[in-house]
Design a protein around this ligand. Structure first.
Ligand SMILES: NC(=O)c1ccc[n+]([C@@H]2O[C@H](COP(=O)([O-])OP(=O)(O)OC[C@H]3O[C@@H](n4cnc5c(N)ncnc54)[C@H](O)[C@@H]3O)[C@@H](O)[C@H]2O)c1
Length: 425
C-alpha cells in the first residue's frame, strides 16, 4: 500500500518507518526543510532505540522516503496519515492549527478516493469536524473516508510498541475503509477495536487520564507513607502484585511530564467543561502533579538550610529515561526553580546536553557533582542507580542525595556515608 505520513516528529518518523518495514511504500513529509534534509542524509533528529538502523534498512529497500513537498505528496498518495503536533494553548485546550493546515491542504488536493487517518491526539469531535469541513469545502463524500486512529506508543520503546500493540483503535463513519485498515496494520494478535470517530478520540484521552491518575495516586500514597515512616516501595509491591491493579505507572516521584499526559489531561478537562461536565478527579490528579516539585524542594531545604547559596547537581533532564524529549519535563521545571531560588545548578543527562541560562551542563556524570552540596536524581536513567557511589562521595562537598524518582537503594548510598532523602522512603 502507498502511504503518505504528514509530520516527521516522534510519532510520524517511527510510524512511517515501521509501516515501510511492514512492506508498504511510505513517504513521510514535513514542512520543516532542515528536518527532512537530515532525514534524507540518514541523520535522525530524535533519539529512539533502533530507529536509525530501521530507517537505513528501509532506505536500502527503497520503501521509505522523506520529502518537504507536502502538497504534491498528499495529492499523490491514496492513504494519508496525519501525525502533526497538537500542543496545548495557553488556556489548556488543544491547538489544532497544524491539523487545520493539513485539512486545508488535503481539501485542495483530493482528486481521487483517499483514506485520511488521524494519528494525532485530537479532542472529541475533531474528526467529525474534519469530515464536515471537507464536505463544506465541496469534496464529495464518495471521495474520502476519515479514520480516527489514535497512537499509543511510548517514547523510548516506540518501535517495540508499534510491532507489539496491545490494541488497534479505529473510529470510522462507514465500513468502507475497514478492509484496508486491517491490511495496513496486520500485526500479531492485537485486537482491533472499531468505534465511532469520537469514540476513538475518547479512548486515547481516557487511557492517558487513567495513567496520569495512577501516577498521582502513587504520589499521594507516598506522601501518606512519608508521615507514617513507611517505605512506599513496600506499598508498591503490594499494589503491583494484584492483577486487578497492575504494576505500571505506580512509581512515586516528581510526577508525570512529557509531550502527552499533561497536555492531554488539560485538553480533556477543557472539552468536558465546554459541555458543562465537571472534572473533579482530573483536577485532583493535576493538582497533585503540580505540587510534586514543591514537595521535593521543601524536603531538600529542610535538610539543607540556606539552599539559595548552594551548588546543586541534577542528574537527568529528560521527562523519562530512554528519550531525548524535554517537553514538559519535571526535571527542567525543577532546575528552573532551583535557578530562580539562586542556587548554582549543575546538570548531567546521558542523552541531552542541556542548554539553559545560568545552568552548567556536564558531559561527565561524576564531574558534574564536584563540589556540590546536594545531588538530585530527577530522571530514573539506569546508570544512576548503578553508579559508583565512592566516586560521587569523593567529589561532592556535601552529602545529601535527593531521590526524586524513588530509584536509588537508600541502604547502599547510606553505607557510603550519603544522607538519603526521598518521599515515602
Ligand atoms: N510523542 C509521543 O509519544 C506521542 C504518543 C502518542 C500520541 N502522540 C500524539 O501524536 C501527535 C504528534 O506528536 P509528536 O510528538 O510526533 O509531535 P512532534 O511535534 O514531534 O512532530 C510533529 C511534526 O509535525 C510537523 N508539522 C506541523 N504542521 C505541519 C504541516 N502543516 N505539514 C507538515 N508537517 C507539519 C512539525 O514540523 C513536526 O515535525 C500529537 O498529537 C501527540 O499528542 C504523541
Amino acid at each position: 500500500m502507498r502511504i503518505c505520513v504528514v509530520g516527521a516528529g516522534y510519532v510520524g518518523i517511527t510510524t512511517a518507518t515501521a509501516l515501510a518495514d511492514f512492506g508498504h511504500e511510505v513517504l513521510c513529509v514535513d514542512r520543516e526543510h532542515s528536518k527532512i534534509d537530515s532525514l534524507t542524509q540518514g541523520k535522525v533528529p530524535i533519539y529512539e532505540p533502533g530507529l536509525e538502523e530501521l530507517i537505513n534498512k528501509n532506505f536500502q529497500k527503497d520503501r521509505l522516503h522523506f520529502s518537504s513537498h507536502v502538497e504534491e505528496s498528499i495529492r499523490d498518495y491514496p492513504i494519508i496519515l496525519i501525525a502533526v503536533g497538537t500542543p496545548s494553548k495557553e488556556d489548556g485546550s488543544s491547538n489544532l492549527s497544524f491539523i487545520n493546515q493539513v485539512v486545508k491542504i488535503i481539501a485542495s488536493n483530493i482528486k481521487d478516493y483517499k483514506i485520511i487517518i488521524t494519528k494525532s491526539t485530537v479532542p472529541p469531535g475533531t474528526n467529525e469536524w474534519i469530515h464536515q469541513t471537507l464536505v463544506e469545502m465541496g469534496i464529495a463524500e464518495e471521495l474520502f473516508d476519515i479514520v480516527s486512529n489514535p497512537e499509543f506508543l511510548r517514547e523510548g520503546t516506540a518501535l517495540w510498541d508499534i510491532y507489539h500493540p496491545n490494541k488497534l483503535v479505529f473510529g470510522t463513519k462507514t465500513d468502507r475503509p475497514i478492509k484496508v485498515l486491517k491490511k495496513l496494520y496486520k500485526r500479531g494478535n492485537a485486537p482491533f477495536i472499531f468505534t465511532s470517530l469520537t469514540g476513538a478520540e475518547l479512548i486515547k484521552y481516557a487511557s492517558n487520564a487513567f495513567l496520569a491518575t495512577k501516577i498521582s495516586f502513587a504520589n499521594e500514597m507516598a506522601r501518606i507513607c512519608d508521615v507514617y515512616e513507611v517505605n512506599y516501595t513496600d506499598i508498591y509491591k503490594g499494589l503491583a502484585t494484584d492483577p486487578r491493579i497492575g504494576r505500571h505507572f505506580l512509581n512515586a516521584g516528581l510526577g508525570f511530564g512529557g509531550s502527552c499526559l499533561p497536555k492531554d489531561l488539560s485538553s480533556l478537562k477543557h472539552s468536558a467543561l465546554r459541555q458543562n461536565v465537571e472534572t473533579k478527579l482530573l483536577d485532583a490528579v493535576m493538582e497533585i502533579n503540580d505540587t510534586q516539585i514543591e514537595l521535593y524542594l521543601s524536603k531538600l531545604s529542610m535538610a539543607l538550610p540556606d539552599l539559595a547559596d548552594k551548588q546543586i547537581t541534577v542528574w537527568g533532564v529528560t521527562y523519562k529515561p530512554g528519550t531525548d524529549d524535554l517537553r514538559s519535563s519535571p526535571a527542567i521545571a525543577l532546575i528552573k526553580q532551583l535557578v530562580q531560588m539562586g542556587c548554582r545548578v549543575h546538570t548531567y543527562d546521558p542523552m541531552v546536553h542541556l542548554e539553559l541560562s545560568d545552568v552548567s551542563s556536564y558531559i561527565d556524570q561524576y564531574e558534574s557533582v564536584t563540589n556540590s552540596d546536594a545531588l538530585i536524581i530527577a530522571t530514573e536513567w539506569d546508570q544512576f542507580h548503578k553508579c559508583n557511589w565512592s566516586e560521587v562521595v569523593s567529589r561532592m562537598k556535601g552529602s545529601i542525595i535527593l531521590d526524586a524518582r524513588n530509584c536509588i537503594d537508600g541502604k547502599t548510598v547510606r553505607r557510603h556515608g550519603l544522607h538519603y532523602l526521598g518521599v515515602g522512603k
